[in-house]
Design a protein around this ligand. Structure first.
Ligand code: 5RP
Length: 218
């Protein structure tokens, strides 16, 4: 079975958590794109969505789903998003699509974070397969990179990428994260870092994994 088919399966299974008349938090990435397509089939049942990226916002509007600003809502029932890696404690690395900051903001508004992934995203230790993205204020790029080296990382500038917030991305390669909560906090304390891609302090509540054998819900 293809990776896309597994992503679609996970995305469609997330529809079961969508409550009538609710506003849904929607992340970004290819798995979320499948979710937006699936959401369109029940769009008459929901009020709309808050999007975590300009790309998701466009796709939601294209499907005829109303998009609300994060400032318009005090709480979301669910937030549905993909991940680049997820560990057994439901902590994640995100930001492969450079949308990590808005993803963290919308996730923080939600009562329940539903992570939809194909089975290739499951890891025992975060950082084992995917580089850790860090969103950085452009003028602080070199200074932040030096501090990341001090933490044992090997930051690589994601050239040509500007985030929806006008910032740049440094990806830390080969960065094994043994204590995700402590590392998330430590990285947040570096001046010039807007957000880091560790989602441990606020991890997922429900994980829906698409596998060749069907859906697994954790
Ligand atoms: C974007 C993200 C995505 O959720 C993550 O990159 C997973 O993407 P995909 O569903 O395309 O595999 O964090 O910033």
């Amino acid at each position: 079975m293809s990776q896309l088919a597994m992503k679609k399966m996970a995305a469609e299974a997330a529809l079961a958590y969508v409550k009538d008349d609710s506003i849904i938090g929607v992340g970004s990435g290819s798995t979320v794109n499948c979710f937006i397509e699936a959401l369109a089939t029940i769009k008459h049942k929901i009020k709309g969505a808050v999007a975590a990226s300009k790309a998701s916002e466009q796709l939601l509007r294209k499907q005829g789903i109303e998009v609300f600003s994060a400032n318009d809502v005090t709480e979301l029932d669910i937030y549905v998003d993909g991940a680049d890696e997820i560990n057994p404690q439901k902590m994640m690395i995100k930001g492969g699509g450079a949308a990590l900051t808005r993803e963290k903001i919308v996730a923080a508004l939600a009562k329940t974070f539903i992570c939809i992934v194909d089975q290739s995203k499951q890891v025992d230790v975060l950082g084992s397969t995917f580089s850790l993205p860090i969103e950085v204020i452009p003028m602080a790029r070199s200074q932040v990179a030096r501090q990341l080296v001090g933490l044992g990382g090997f930051p690589i500038y994601r050239e040509g990428v500007v985030t929806d917030n006008g910032n740049v991305i440094l990806d830390i390669a080969n960065f094994t994260i043994l204590e995700p909560m402590a590392m998330e906090q430590a990285l947040n304390n570096i001046a010039g870092v807007v957000t880091n891609g560790i989602f441990a302090l606020r991890g997922a509540d429900i994980v829906i994994v698409g596998t060749p054998e069907g859906i697994k819900t954790l």
